[in-house]
Design a protein around this ligand. Structure first.
Ligand code: EPU
Length: 415
C-alpha cells in the first residue's frame, strides 16, 4: 500500500508557485480530441489523474508527449470510441470523454465512472441533457452506448443543479451543433471558463461562460491551439490552510486571487493577514487561529466543497468551536475519523461538522479515504510533533504534485 511518512511540525515560510488546475486540465485534455490537430497545453500538473487521462488518450489513438509541464496532444487519428472499464473507474472526470467522443466520432461507449467515494455520484443530468441534444443511449452488458441519432440539435437545456461535469459535457457535445445550444443554470466555476477559452481557440463559439447562462454555437472546422491552464484554486487553498494551521507565512505565485475570494475571507476570519498582488498573494498566520462561525459549501462563487476538508484540518487547533456545512456531497467527512486519531475533537452530524479546537495535535498513523480528505490529513501531520504516516497516499497524488508543495527533506514517499 502506498504511504507518506512525514516529520512534523513544519512551519511554512515559503514562496510557492501553484500548480495548474486539475479540474481544468482533465476536461481540456479530453476535449483536445475535438480539434483533430495538435494542441500544446502548458502549466500541466504532474499528478496521477493527468497520467490516467493520457492513458485514455493513447488508448483511443492520440499521440501524447508530456515534458516539463507541457502536454502536446495530437488527435489526427482517433481509432476508438470506447473507453475500457478499468480506465473509466480510475477517476470521475473520465465522464468528460463522453461529450468529447460524441463531438469527435458521433458515438461513445463507456461504463459508469469511478472517482472519490464522496457519496452517490450519478450521471442522470449528463444523460438527460445529451438526449435533449439528439443523442440516444442504450445499456449493453453494463456498458452505456451513446450515439448521435441524426445530428446534434439546437436546444435550450435547464439543469436542475449547476453540475460542473454536466455543463462540460453539454458544451463539448454542442461544439458540433449547427445552431445554438443554451444552457441555463450552468456551472460558473473558473474551470468552465478555462475550458470555454480552450474551445474558443480550437474554433467553437461560446458566450456567457462564468455566468449561469452559457450559449454554444458549434463549428464544422476545428484546429489545434496553444493554451495555458489556470492555477489550481483548491491546491492554493490547501497551501494557505497548511500555512495557517502551522502558524507560518507563505507567498503564492501564479494565481488568480479572484478565484480565492471566499476562502480568503474565511482565512481572514481565522485571524490570518492576507495581502493580494497581481497574480500573487501573501499570507501570515497568528500563533493560534480563531474559530469560524459557519462555513457552507456552495457552487462557485460560493465556498468550494473541495476546500471543506482542508478547513476541518485548519480549525482542529483553533481557539474555540467552528461549524462547517457541506451541501454538495454526502460523504465529505470520511477523513474526520482519521483526523481524530491526531487528537482532533470533531463531531459530524449529517452534513455538519462541529469542530472543538484542541491545544495541539500529536503524530499518528492514518489512512486516506479520498483526495481532499488526504490533503486534510497532510495538514494535520504537518502540525503534529513527531512522525506521522498516511497510507493510501495515492489518493493525494491524484491531485497534488507533492514535490511542489512541501520540502523533500520532511517526507518520504513509499509507492
Ligand atoms: N449530480 C447529480 N447528477 C448528475 C451530476 C451531478 O446528481 O448527473 C450531483 C452530484 O452527485 C453532486 C452534485 O451534483 O452531489 C455536484 O456534482 P458535479 O457534477 O458538479 O461534480 P463533478 O463534475 O462530478 C467536479 C469536480 C469535483 C468537485 C465538483 C463540485 C472535476 C473533475 N471534479 O465534479 O472535484 O468537487 O465538481 O465542485 O471537475 C476534486 O477535485 O477533488 C473533486 C471531487
Amino acid at each position: 500500500m502506498s504511504r507518506l511518512i512525514i516529520s512534523g511540525p513544519y512551519k511554512f515560510n515559503d514562496e510557492i508557485y501553484v500548480q495548474g488546475a486539475k479540474n481544468s486540465i482533465l476536461p481540456i485534455l479530453a476535449s483536445s480530441i475535438i480539434s483533430r490537430g495538435e494542441c500544446i497545453i502548458r502549466n500541466c500538473p504532474d499528478i496521477l489523474d493527468v497520467h490516467t487521462t493520457i492513458e485514455i488518450l493513447h488508448y483511443i489513438g492520440c499521440k501524447v508527449k508530456f515534458e516539463d509541464s507541457t502536454i502536446c496532444v495530437n488527435s489526427e487519428n482517433i481509432v476508438k470510441n470506447e473507453i475500457p472499464e478499468d480506465l473509466m473507474r480510475k477517476m470521475r472526470s473520465s465522464i468528460i470523454f463522453l461529450g468529447a467522443l460524441i463531438a469527435r466520432t458521433g458515438r461513445a461507449k463507456i461504463s459508469l465512472p469511478g472517482g472519490c467515494e464522496l457519496g452517490p455520484r450519478p450521471i442522470d443530468m449528463h444523460v438527460s441533457s445529451l438526449k435533449q441534444l439528439g443523442v440516444s443511449v442504450e445499456i449493453i452488458n453494463g456498458c452505456l452506448d451513446f450515439k448521435i441519432i441524426n445530428k446534434i440539435s439546437e436546444a435550450n437545456i435547464s439543469l436542475p443543479f449547476p453540475s460542473v461535469g454536466a455543463t462540460e459535457n453539454i458544451i463539448l457535445a454542442s461544439s458540433i451543433c449547427k445552431g445554438t445550444v443554451t444552457i441555463n443554470n450552468a456551472s460558473c466555476e473558473p474551470e468552465i471558463v478555462d475550458l470555454a477559452n480552450f474551445l474558443k481557440k480550437i474554433g467553437v463559439k461560446i458566450y456567457g461562460e462564468g455566468r449561469n447562462q452559457i450559449k454554444v454555437q458549434g463549428a464544422n472546422k476545428f484546429h489545434g491551439c496553444e493554451h495555458e491552464i489556470i492555477s489550481d484554486r483548491i491546491v492554493a487553498t490547501t497551501i494557505l490552510g497548511a500555512a495557517a494551521t502551522t502558524g507560518g507565512a507563505v507567498t503564492l505565485k501564479g494565481i488568480n486571487c479572484e478565484h480565492l475570494d471566499t476562502p480568503i475571507s474565511v482565512f481572514e476570519e481565522m485571524g490570518c493577514f492576507i495581502s493580494k498582488e497581481k497574480n500573487a498573494l501573501k499570507m501570515s498566520a497568528p500563533e493560534k487561529l480563531l474559530p469560524v462561525k459557519e462555513v457552507r459549501s456552495m457552487p462557485y462563487p460560493g465556498f468550494p466543497t473541495d476546500s471543506i476538508p482542508i478547513m476541518t484540518a485548519c480549525l482542529c487547533t483553533a481557539n474555540g468551536v467552528s461549524i462547517l456545512v457541506e451541501n454538495i456531497f454526502k460523504n465529505r467527512f470520511r477523513h474526520v475519523e482519521e483526523l481524530c486519531r491526531f487528537g482532533a475533537n470533531i463531531k459530524v452530524e449529517g452534513n455538519i461538522a462541529i469542530i472543538n479546537g484542541v491545544s495541539h495535535l500529536f503524530s499518528s498513523n492514518v489512512e486516506a479515504k479520498d483526495l481532499r480528505g488526504a490533503a486534510a490529513l497532510l495538514i494535520a501531520a504537518l502540525k503534529s510533533h513527531g512522525t506521522s504516516t498516511i497510507s493510501n497516499i495515492n489518493f493525494l497524488l491524484r491531485g497534488y504534485d507533492l514535490s511542489k508543495l512541501i520540502p523533500k527533506t520532511i517526507y518520504k514517499l513509499e509507492l
